[in-house]
Design a protein around this ligand. Structure first.
Ligand code: AMP
Length: 290
């Protein structure tokens, strides 16, 4: 695996590789890698001839300075995992490489209502920061395929919109969420949980499964309230627990029994904020077509 810090080196290295290889898969991450990230690398290797992964803790997507400061860094282990799993290039840029003109965002991406609901509401500016970094990384890596995780459901929709807005001709591949045996979605932030909090955190997925089992046509208000109260009894501080249409994230209070739905949750355990989601209909929605 070739490890590079500078955009110019990534561009020239990819140019060399592309003399004999035609497809490039890109996996953007913020590091502290786990099996969820590696599943994206594996998928890229299945589909593409070149796989490039980036590790960059993007300051502009953190609305909370403390969260940025506490974001876990496990670079040595990340390099080991990527090398072991056959990643070809690892790009680890510094902030000035991604934001040569500083981190005050100049460009605005028109994300419509996606920007102001759910994560957008609770993390103002977050998705503008995500678009900023993904856009810059895509310009550098110029991939044929982009691999991201369903774990960040709203982010998948935002990135899909970004590809349209910027006319990127890139195939977006969305992979399912990898979980621990307990059901807890793998996340870099789990490293900040102690043993007891990890056990408690599995209640998030349990809540989503209960929603999946209990949902029926008609009003969803009571079900949402019940799920929120359940989380509170388990010592969470929920930001939201919401049900929305799976293909556009419009929130739903009344269900016709037909529309594909997704339940999404964001909740704090101590000072660690976790998110998760689940598709609510039995037949899995084609997430490639989000
Ligand atoms: P992050 O490092 O948290 O920015 O995540 C990098 C990529 O990995 C994003 O596309 C995430 O959606 C994806 N990802 C994070 N956790 C998981 C997981 N448990 N399963 C699958 N993909 C994941």
């Amino acid at each position: 695996m070739i490890i590079l810090k500078y955009a110019a080196d990534v561009i020239s290295q990819l140019k060399k590789l592309r003399l004999t290889k035609s497809s490039t898969g890109f996996v953007p991450t913020m590091g502290a890698l786990h099996k969820g990230h590696i599943s994206l690398v594996e998928k890229s290797k299945e589909i593409c001839e070149i796989t490039i992964c980036s590790i960059f803790i993007n300051p502009t997507q953190f609305n909370n300075a403390d969260d940025l400061k506490k974001y876990p860094v496990t670079l040595e282990n990340d390099i080991y995992l990527l090398e072991k799993n056959g990643c070809d290039i690892l790009f680890i840029p510094g902030v000035s490489e991604i934001y040569p003109e500083g981190t005050t965002l100049k460009k605005h991406f028109d994300l419509g209502y996606l920007q102001s609901i759910l994560e957008g509401k609770f993390r103002p500016g977050h998705f503008q920061g995500v678009c900023q970094v993904v856009c810059r990384l895509l310009q550098i890596t110029n991939p044929t395929h982009l691999f991201i995780g369903q774990k960040d459901y709203q982010q998948c929709m935002v990135i899909k919109r970004l590809l349209e807005l910027e006319n990127f001709n890139i195939e977006l591949i969305i992979s399912p969420t990898l979980r621990k045996k307990s059901g807890l979605a793998m996340s870099s932030r789990n490293l900040r949980l102690n043993k007891q909090q990890k056990e408690q955190a599995a209640e998030i997925y349990k809540t989503l499964l209960i929603l999946q089992q209990k949902i029926k046509p008609g009003s969803l208000q009571y079900l949402k309230k019940e799920a929120e109260e359940y989380l509170i009894t388990k010592n969470f501080k929920p930001d939201y627990i919401e049900i929305a249409e799976a293909d556009n994230l419009k929130t739903v209070n009344q269900w016709n029994g037909l529309t594909e739905l997704v339940a999404l949750v964001a909740a704090f355990i101590g000072d660690v904020r976790l998110i998760d989601n689940i598709l609510l209909k039995n037949q899995p929605v084609s997430i490639r077509n989000l």
